[in-house]
Design a protein around this ligand. Structure first.
Ligand SMILES: [Zn+2]
Length: 45
């Protein structure tokens, strides 16, 4: 299960919440990102 982070308030938003409504439950921001899956495969090509 992947959790998201809110770009605005930096709080962790559970995937279940994002699945229902793509919006931060804390501040209402719609900009969420995955914190950990960034540094994986940047090596190809
Ligand atoms: Zn937020």
């Amino acid at each position: 299960m992947t959790n998201y982070n809110c770009l605005e308030c930096q709080k962790e938003v559970p995937f279940e919440t994002v699945k229902k409504r793509v919006r931060c439950p804390y501040c209402g921001s719609k900009i969420l990102y995955k914190p950990k899956i960034t540094q994986t495969v940047v090596d190809a090509v």
